[in-house]
Design a protein. Structure first.
Length: 428
């Protein structure tokens, strides 16, 4: 068994740390302008103008089953969909606002279709729910609001009541956690200096969540610690630990293919397949998960750049998922042996070590400190034996490496056709 003990979480995170890889989906009205999900804020678009997107939201090509199939084929085990983003638009049929999908040309509850389809594929189902709301009549204007530069903020804010807004959120969360069966994750977003757990009334909100679905995983962005910590758009370099107790945390980094979360037509900073695969491996090698985002088009499909990226995951995961599912950071005694060119993961039962070769060497992978531990080694993708020697290696003509603790893996000269090859080591 892995010797790493995680800080206790109120919800059920056992499946989560096994599954490791999920799909984030940012979908809403911002898919129409197609220039970032914060477009209303960035361009300070007033409601009247933003309403055009509401009027024209018509995802005629949306097929939840296809999304679910693509997620599964990519090796993802769970998903988190935006039920409401900061723009305030609801992708589900709610009784508490008219600003919802059923009143657009879409005319149906898209959250329901998502839930049904993903569940049918055996994937766990999560909801993202924005704490910010740039449409709700009680949400006060702050520095992150589209109307932050309005000359008459005081007047615009007159009569607003954030308590009423907090109650609105609870009402909607009750709908989301009552009308769609078992939900595995609720992902609230986010707190900032002007508005945090007091404004959101996070205690009450979480109490409600737990009373409806006690097992559910809740993120920490309400301002109250719950189950998961969510580093965003950067690569953690160590297993996240609790700032006070130092305990290992349950964490999930969220990342984008191209920089924005919502569909962004003209964005060109798409990550390479290699970067994408390495991100997943690196997270697991540090005891974390990866939630990788897709921003579907307003017509409801994943565009070909997103499909290509998902396919890269699929190709790699098909043959290498054993080094991801049920794996975590390598045991402390193995960590000092990780070569710079590699990342380790280890199976929960401790029996298998996975060496991910980030920088493929010529013929020999030499790892100091592994001698005596290896029973058998093979490439993970094709189960072909990797021969190895221990203690020393005699290279032709005076290239002798002498290190009693060293294992030298004998690799083919030509790198196998796998973005990141993995050596599966059966430990003694
Ligand atoms: C941010 C952004 C947001 C995105 C989220 C995902 O906080 O506000 O647009 O949904 O991160 O983690």
């Amino acid at each position: 068994m892995s010797s790493y003990v995680r800080r206790k979480t109120p919800g059920d995170t056992e499946w989560f740390v096994h599954d490791r890889f999920g799909m984030f989906i940012h979908w809403g009205l911002y898919a129409l302008p197609a220039r970032h999900e914060w477009v209303k804020n960035r361009e300070m678009i007033p409601d009247e103008k933003y309403d055009l997107y509401f009027k024209h939201f018509d995802p005629d090509m949306f097929d939840a089953k296809e999304w679910a199939r693509r997620a599964k084929e990519a090796g993802m085990k769970y998903a988190v969909l935006t039920t409401k983003h900061h723009e305030g638009f609801c992708m589900f049929d709610t009784a508490y606002t008219d600003y919802k999908v059923t009143n657009t040309p879409a005319g149906r509850d898209l959250v329901r279709e998502y839930v049904d389809a993903f569940r049918a594929e055996g994937l766990k189902v999560g909801f993202y729910y924005s704490l910010l709301d740039w449409h709700h009549p009680d949400f006060t204007i702050d520095s992150r609001h589209p109307l932050r530069n309005a000359p008459n903020i005081e007047e615009l804010d007159r009569g607003k009541d954030m308590h009423r807004y907090a109650e609105y959120m609870r009402n909607q969360v009750r709908e989301l956690l009552t009308n769609y069966g078992k939900i595995d994750i609720i992902w609230f977003d986010f707190s900032y200096p002007e508005k945090g757990k007091d404004a959101w009334e996070s205690e009450k909100l979480i109490e409600l969540v737990r009373s409806l679905q006690p097992h559910i995983i809740v993120d920490n962005r309400t301002g109250i610690e719950q189950d998961i910590w969510t580093p965003e758009q950067y690569q953690p370099t160590h297993w996240l630990t609790h700032p006070e107790t130092g305990e290992y945390l349950t964490w999930e980094a969220c990342q984008t293919f191209s920089g924005s979360w919502g569909y962004y037509r003209d964005e060109t900073s798409w990550k390479s397949p290699e970067q994408l695969i390495k991100m997943l491996i690196t997270n697991v090698s540090l005891g974390g998960n990866l939630l990788m985002n897709v921003g579907p088009t307003s017509r409801g499909y994943f565009d070909d750049r997103a499909v290509a990226a998902l396919n890269e995951y699929g190709k790699w995961m098909k043959y290498n998922n054993r080094s991801i599912y049920g794996c975590t950071m390598a045991e402390p005694d193995l960590l000092p042996t990780v070569p710079k060119s590699c990342r380790y993961t280890q199976s929960e039962d401790g029996k298998r070590l996975y060496i991910h070769i980030f920088d493929y060497p010529f013929r020999f992978l030499e790892i100091s400190g592994l001698a005596g531990k290896v029973e058998y080694a093979q490439f993970l993708h094709d189960g072909s034996e990797i021969k190895f020697t221990e203690g020393k290696v005699d290279h032709f003509s005076q290239g002798r490496t002498e290190d009693e603790t060293m294992v030298v893996f004998d690799l083919p000269v030509v790198k196998p056709n796998v973005i990141v090859p993995v050596i599966e080591v059966f430990l003694k």
